[in-house]
Ligand binder design. Structure first.
Ligand code: MG
Length: 361
């Protein structure tokens, strides 16, 4: 192995390392002389075939010039060894042969040689081929490294995206949830009602809504304290949500001790059934209410309204007639449901309105 033939240029240009593997020092001397004037080329020489792989690992050549006939081995065996070595498999190998033999040439290319030259090659041609193979090898190497970096960054981005997606879903869930009772909050109800209203309008199907109020809840709070009041709200909320069996049905906290139940694709008969079940479920909870003038346990009143949306009614109309029905249920002694009177609806056509619901009492 020789020392570098010339000092490399210090202008940021690529340096090409050429490893010649040939048993004849006279060939090495001839080729070294051809390359010595080239400032971008460093010449390395290996005489013994059994050291070729090790030297190639040390030097990391951009081109290997490989003698075809050597003692103990031949150039084709070494070529196969380079190709089977992960660190060398892409390094261009130029076979140096003593004769122009089509059979050898074809075998060399089939085994992965990049080029085939007859000794001793013409200087201009040798330099041109070394440069072309080295450039192509180095730029391919850079592309591979870049691709590898891109793959790593891509994997990192994927992991970050997955985390963001999960956080977003958790936030979304939290922003839809009522903090005290764990069921849907008013905000989520408004959004959901808006969507379902439009769907019912398109498909001309009836939608039902039930407003639920806990009877004498102020007396309950005054008597048992606010902590017990919160537990009572949680129990009622959970009971309402548990009563709803269909995936499209929604129970939400409307505010204070009021709840709302939305029943898409539900007619008046179906809504009345649900109202009965809700009354029954709360009754079975049997939460003691010593101050209630009407029962020993906590009870609820319900206003039940059903509409098939058209352009003459707005979502707020459904809430309004349910509210009127709830008021009537209270007037009639509480612990009951009242079905809304649809004739109370405004008659005149009105522009389409967004969901606008009243403030809870
Ligand atoms: Mg030889």
């Amino acid at each position: 192995m020789s020392k570098p033939a010339a000092d490399p240029p210090d202008n940021g240009e690529e340096i090409y390392d050429i490893l010649l593997v040939d048993d004849q020092p006279i060939i090495a001397e001839a080729i070294k002389r051809m390359l010595v004037t080239e400032p971008d080329m460093r010449f390395h020489y290996c005489q013994a075939s059994d050291r070729a792989l090790q030297l190639a690992h040390e030097i990391q050549p951009t081109v290997i010039l490989q003698d075809l006939v050597m003692p103990d081995t031949d150039g084709m065996q070494l070529l196969a060894a380079y190709r089977n070595d992960a660190a060398l498999s892409e390094v261009p190998v130029v076979i140096l042969s003593t004769k122009e033999d089509p059979h050898d040439k074809s075998a060399a290319f089939a085994a992965g040689a990049s080029d085939y030259l007859v000794k001793i090659p013409d200087r201009i041609e040798l330099i041109a081929r070394i440069r072309a193979h080295s450039r192509s090898y180095l730029s391919q190497k850079q592309r591979d490294e870049l691709l590898q970096e891109i793959k790593i960054v891509h994997e990192q981005l994927k992991a970050v995206y997955a985390q963001l997606h999960q956080s977003h879903q958790e936030l979304e869930k939290l922003s839809c949830m009522d903090g005290l009772t764990g069921i849907s909050n008013r905000r989520h109800f408004d959004t959901y009602f808006s969507q379902e209203w439009l769907r019912a309008l398109r498909e001309k199907i009836s939608t039902s809504l039930i407003l639920v109020d806990i009877d004498y809840f102020k007396l309950y709070n005054d008597h048992y304290g606010h902590q017990a009041g919160d537990l009572c709200l949680q129990a009622i909320a959970q009971a309402l949500a548990d009563t709803l069996q269909r995936p499209g049905d929604l129970a939400a906290r409307y505010g204070g001790e009021e709840f709302v139940v939305l029943l898409p694709y539900t007619d008046a008969k179906g809504a009345e059934n649900i109202a009965k079940q809700l009354l029954d479920t709360v009754k079975k909870l049997a939460v003691a209410h010593a101050q209630s003038p009407i029962d020993a346990h906590v009870t609820i009143s319900l206003g039940v309204a059903t509409l098939t949306p058209d352009s003459s009614v707005a979502p707020s109309d459904l809430v309004q007639i349910a509210d009127t029905a709830l008021y009537q249920a209270k007037e009639q002694g509480r612990n009951r449901y009242v079905l809304a009177d649809i004739s109370l609806l405004p008659k005149a056509p009105r522009p389409k309105a967004k969901v606008k619901t009243r403030k809870p009492r």
